[in-house]
Write a new protein. Sequence first.
Length: 642
Amino acid sequence: MSVRVPRLHRTASFAALLGSLALPVSALPTSAFADSTTITTLPPVSVTANRVPTAAEETGSALTVITREELEQRQTQLLSDALRAVPGVAVNRTGPMGTLTQLRIRGSEGNQTLVLIDGIEVNDPAAGSEYDFANLLAGDVERVEVLRGPQSALYGSDAVGGVVNIVTRRGAGAPRFGAAVEGGSFGTAAGRASFGTGTDRYDLFLSGQGVTSDGVSVADKRLGNPEKDGYRNGTLTGNAAVRPTEHSEIAVTGRYTRFRTDTDGFVGGRGAVDDGTSTAGEQYFGRLQGKIALLDGKWEHIVGLTHGRQQRDYRDDAKTVTSRYDGRKTKADYQTNLALNSGPADHVLTAAVEHEEDKAISRSSFSSFDRSIGSTGLVGQYKLGLFDRLTLTGSVRHDANDLFRDATTWRTTAAYLIEESGTKLRASYGTGVKNPTLFELYGYTATYAGNPNLKPERARGWDAGFDQALWGTRASVDGTWFDQRIRDLITGTGRTSVNMPGESHIRGFELGLSVEPVDRLTIRGSYTWTDGEDSTGVELVRRPKQLASLTVNHRFLEDRANANLGVVYNGRSSDWAYDPFYNRQVVNLAPYTLVNMAGSYALSEGVELFGRVENLFDRRYQEVWTYGAPGRAGYLGLRLSL
């Protein structure tokens, strides 16, 4: 999954680089934006790693990129399924499609990963400051970047484990319409439609997608739970931008999702059991941004305003709302980048200020909760490039918090290129901070009371690795060793939350391989070993020690046909089991291997038939104790492009 690409020349215009991107961080992309005929020509540039355009070979952090082309080849419906193939990433879903889906990077907790969609932070203040990937469909996704390691110096709280930056499609060229429909196992039907257009002066993209499924039991059927649990999801996205001049842009993006998931109950001593409960909710995200570049594009200014709201209603078997959660996040940000050149050296200076307000509201028969917290972050970074070989960065951030002691975090990276051998050596070191969630501080239920004396979790970590080209440009291999330590880790005790004394320690290594043995045949593989323990020496739950993936893709019949094989291995992991009195103990979850196959064939220009089989060998497994997973499933569909 790691990507090796030609190096961008250091004298390239900073504005020209930024204008060619299709992946924002605090910013939206500036120009456009690729459709399916141009995706492979995008420059190999990332904004996520340094908040400024950085060529892949100048990036000192471990970074993995997933393109829309790869998502379409795999026929990915839920984006979280594609993230299972990223080194260092563990995904846990509490049952079938639509149920709670957590992502952990390098053994960090789910709420220690920051998730961005089109520059909008989507971690939910009313769900433990974590983003639930359950309802994120992949049909409108253009590109995903996964940045691993402590990134609080650039992104603040929630970025202890890393950052997942998701960029949706943009309009380009003449007006273009696309649509797809599919159906298959478990009474599943899905569809999507999109429209896009754009020129040098504007772009527009609109998309709608949805899925409905009768599903399988959330509680494992093998434990005597035959009831099917259905799922519904409808998602609308849109973005538009106008560029009055060559170096200015005003852009807006929005996203709306409405969903309903049938769920099951939980009983101490038995775990998940059939019942008639369900969860329904809505998500709203939006961003407005202005950008202007001065000094012939060398000095850029970006100002933005984002707002997100995520609501969830939990219902009993009579469809009566028993509890409601509402998380809101509003953020205003300004960033400026200045690019300078002096002989053999390139300099990029970045400064940013961000103010964020988080609010969480809950209503139920046993509690009423309405709390908010504000914070202001100041960011500074210096990026230095020397002799087209060595790239160094240094970043520092100071966060002023309403409720906690102010925090200062920092990060440094280095990347050294040996062009003669096609080798890149890289290393990074950073510190991180994760603030207690509002519920951990002030939440209340019949069995839980918040702890207002909690301290923020603090992390420090490093990694060192290499990227090596082999066989000309047909193969590459990369490896990374990482080590991370977290102090004051927050854990639940059953009745409240506390900071654990001592230091949790997570270490491991990641390997990646990409080979194109012949034209149009691509083989990618990854392997991760992770060893994580809390300060008492107990293994961290839901972090498999071993993860591996293999993806083989072949285009043939003059590119009219495509075949894709995907294999994901999830090694043994641990989880918590609860007795009838809700005391917990550690249990082991068995390893499993999933094999998926997908294929497509172009019947004519703009008309494509596709199909896939998921869980080919009908593997039965649990990702979370007593929660089930779908067996073998097949789907068939048709895709149109006009």
